[in-house]
Design a protein around this ligand. Structure first.
Ligand code: AMP
Length: 424
């Protein structure tokens, strides 16, 4: 199948060619015709599946068709004739994903005769600039919910003309409080609109949220339900906790990896280990939520431009980062959520390339790693690397003696015993 089949028009086809998109990915094959047809869609799609272009391309096609219609029917004299109304609202879980989705809209609209204006609304950057951009008018807003609500509170955004509402990586927005935030946002939207949901997983909480947004979505899943990504070699290496750093340095030296993304359990660990690796001569940096937005953007750019080779990151980087050249992802610390494993390893093996994902597994992680394997329907043989073999036994935590079910004396037994002792 080729992109021509969708009749996206010569301008979008030109930008596809310019960006070396020749064949639609399976998710694109399925969702593009549905979106063009005006259907609500609930798609099960992981990052790396091509889902962003899956909604960006048909939305641009629909938007530009309606702009051309407005111009031709004399409703607008020129595209800049009057302040544009917001037609598309995309909500994403992270600032980075917001910028990436916004960028995707800009890239693909490069050759359109009437380029829709895109505004990103994210925390960590000047709200003033965002308000000015909104005031000037735009057709597309890509936002994280917190900052969007701040702006809604100030009554500085009119969502009353939104025709397309998109929740991207929706399962990553399920934290505490999101359902309430979503209610507030939904209240500001017209009831008649097209809704698109993209999520890697659909737990019950997600289905409840989906039912608030759309009643009759067309569900899209791909035949291969296996949540792990095919072109990624997954490995698990047994190693003692204290040997993880030396093992990582060894692996970095013997493998010819381009860019390596290393996931750590917390922000402090990222900073500490990045500093340590720099002292060992590696081009390493840390990436986490405590950095200012400018620092985050700068670090990502440096990583994309290969000035940084090893990025030590928290799970903030596991969602929606589009860096095509990451050859290896390392789980230095295993992810807290089982689904985060899928998101993390999906940072490599992108855009048809091969990737490797390695998890370090110590005594204390084995049980948890088995849960990950079960959840992701995978089975990985443990490896050991010479000189870094796992030694010692697992420390079994004993917190006092647990009562044995059925062996503990009941109150009645104790009373009976007391009565017997008194009699004897
Ligand atoms: P996404 O799942 O939207 O995060 O996309 C993953 C990566 O695949 C991005 O870097 C896209 O630029 C790339 N991509 C998406 N669709 C295609 C396609 N049809 N052909 C080539 N690359 C693509």
């Amino acid at each position: 199948m080729s992109f021509e089949t969708f009749n996206l028009g010569k301008h979008l086809n030109k930008s596809l060619k310019n960006n070396n998109y020749t064949t639609p990915t399976p998710i694109q094959e399925k969702v593009i015709p549905l979106i063009l047809n005006g259907d609500d869609v609930m798609a099960k799609a992981q990052t790396g599946s091509g889902k962003t272009a899956g909604f960006v391309l048909p939305l641009l096609n629909l938007l530009s068709a309606s702009m051309i219609y407005s111009l031709q029917s004399g409703m607008m004299k020129t595209s800049q004739d009057k302040k544009q109304k917001i037609k598309v609202l995309v909500l994403t879980p992270t600032r980075e994903l917001t910028l990436q989705v916004a960028n995707s809209f800009s890239i693909f609209s490069e050759f359109l005769p009437y380029t829709p204006k895109v505004v990103s609304i994210i925390g960590g950057e000047s709200i003033g600039d965002q308000l000015i951009s909104l005031q000037k008018g735009c057709e597309i807003v890509v936002a994280t919910s917190g900052r969007l609500l701040d702006i809604m509170d100030k009554k500085q955004i009119d969502l009353g003309s939104v025709e397309y509402f998109i929740l991207d990586e929706a399962d990553k927005m399920l934290d505490l409080g999101f359902a309430d935030e979503l209610d507030m946002i939904l209240k500001a939207l017209p009831l008649k609109r097209q809704n698109l949901l993209f999520s890697a997983t659909y737990p019950d909480k997600m289905l409840t949220i989906a039912s608030k947004i759309t009643k009759t979505p067309i569900k899209v899943t791909l035949e291969d339900e296996n949540p792990t990504v095919e072109n990624i070699t997954q490995r698990a290496i047994k190693v003692n906790r204290e040997n993880r750093s030396p093992l990582l340095r060894h692996l970095l030296r013997v493998n010819k990896w381009n860019q390596v993304l290393v996931f750590m359990a917390n922000k402090r660990a990222c900073d500490n280990i990045a500093a340590k690796f720099r002292r060992h001569g590696f081009l390493a940096e840390s990436f986490h939520g405590d950095l200012s937005q400018d620092d985050r953007n700068y670090t990502l750019d440096e990583f994309k431009n290969k000035k940084i080779k090893i990025l030590f990151a928290t799970d903030i980087a596991s969602r929606g980062l589009h860096i095509d050249d990451i050859s290896c992802v390392i789980n230095f610390d295993l992810p807290r959520g089982l689904d985060d494993y899928i998101h993390r390893i999906g940072r490599t093996g992108r855009a048809g390339k091969l990737g490797t994902a390695i998890s370090f597994v110590g005594h204390e992680d084995k049980e948890y790693f088995s849960l990950i394997e079960k959840r992701c329907k995978i089975s990985i043989d443990y490896e050991e690397i010479e000189g870094f073999e796992l030694i010692g036994d697992a420390i079994i935590k004993v917190k006092g003696k647990a009562p044995v079910k059925g062996k503990r004396k009941s109150k009645k037994d104790k009373l009976r015993e007391m009565a017997n002792t008194k009699i004897n």
